[in-house]
Design a protein around this ligand. Structure first.
Ligand code: F6P
Length: 342
């Protein structure tokens, strides 16, 4: 059996841990051979491959990023995309494919599975917004990076008696903002699921300034003001899945705070720092177990499935369960964070 492996979408810490586990168990236990596809769906689309042996995966467990590289290529945006993928897989003698990715990459995998491609999905995203799994790997690392940054911003904010607005990633879901904000004691947390009222935000900031405290606000990049409704765009650019490039909400809120309170405010955009570097122990553990389960799914011809974490168990669910609907923060979970606002 020859198995293809690809990583697509935004990179995230733990991708290499999955690749290593897939290859180690695939060769060591099941006796499979592997083909690495480069740069997400661009690999099978254009026939760009790389060897994937035990030697190739040695030493990659703690390394961030992905040795297979990634891209946001969408084969369904091309007329002959699916035919080209099928032809290249056949040409490479690949019997099954493991696709490691988020909403978009696994969305493509879901459609390909329906079209007869033998595919198993592994869910990844720092955003943690994939359904069907309690958590995705990469999220814990991103939250810890954001928490440490917020801790550091507290002390510099105090020294200058300023407000600091920390913009974190999270296009449609506020999981990073919620977890990092709660862990680091943010005074306000704004997420895409709960459009915010700028008057209320300023009130929380004022009340902190009044007790001689320098407020810290944590804002998801996809947070939207109640009155506007439109996401704040840094550019009109869209990727091949139609997503706009976000950014700028932190700056807008900081400017509003300065104007309305007369106090200084600064915006800090954590950006891709949240996706870089070595994964936490929890993400390495989850990614490794996902990899082991994904290659077992291939061995059992259990295609059209995605591995998932449920409690402490790794299970398999139909791919559509992961990609059909995004997992977002509930009003109840947000209410827990609100207790600490102001
Ligand atoms: O999906 C993961 C993510 O990091 C989002 O949080 C963010 O909006 C997006 O990717 C950024 O994408 P890019 O790396 O293409 O700028």
């Amino acid at each position: 059996m020859r198995v293809g492996v690809l990583t697509g979408g935004g990179d995230c810490p733990g991708l290499n841990a999955v690749i290593r586990a897939v290859v180690r168990k695939g060769i060591g236990v099941h006796g499979f051979e592997f083909v690495g596809y480069r740069e997400g769906w661009r690999g099978p689309l254009e026939g760009v491959t790389t060897p994937l042996t035990i030697d190739d995966v040695r030493g990659i467990l703690p390394r961030g990023g992905t040795i297979l590289r990634s891209s946001r290529t969408n084969p369904f945006a091309l007329e002959d995309g699916v035919e080209r993928i099928k032809a290249n897989l056949a040409g490479d003698g690949v019997d099954a494919l493991i696709a490691i990715g988020g909403e978009d990459t696994l969305g493509v995998a879901t459609k390909l599975a329906d079209l007869g491609v033998n595919v198993v999905g592994v869910p990844k995203t720092i955003d943690n917004d994939l359904s069907g799994t309690d958590f995705t790997f990469g999220f814990d690392t991103a939250v810890n990076i954001a928490m440490e940054a917020i801790d550091r911003l507290h002390t510099t904010a105090e020294s200058h008696h300023r407000a600091v607005v920390v913009e974190v990633m999270g296009r449609h879901a506020g999981w990073i903002a919620l977890h990092a904000g709660m862990a680091a004691g943010a005074n306000v947390i704004l997420i895409p699921e709960q459009p915010f009222d700028i008057d209320e935000v300023v009130k929380h900031v004022q009340s902190r300034f009044e007790i001689d405290y320098s407020p810290i606000l944590v804002v998801s990049e996809g947070a939207v003001p109640r009155e506007g409704g439109e996401m704040t765009l840094q550019s009109g650019e869209r990727d091949s899945f139609g997503h706009v490039r976000l950014g700028g909400i932190g700056e807008r809120i900081a400017a509003e705070i300065e104007e309305r309170t007369g106090k200084e405010a600064r915006a800090v955009v954590l950006g891709h720092v949240q996706r870089g570097g070595t994964p936490t122990a929890r993400d390495r553990w989850m990614a490794t177990r996902f990899g082991l389960s994904a290659i077992d799914a291939v061995a059992e011809s259990d295609y059209g499935t995605m591995v998932a974490l449920r409690g402490k168990d790794i299970v398999r669910v139909p791919l559509i369960e992961g990609t059909g609907e995004l997992k977002v923060v509930s009003p109840e979970e947000y209410a827990e964070a609100e207790v600490f606002f102001g």
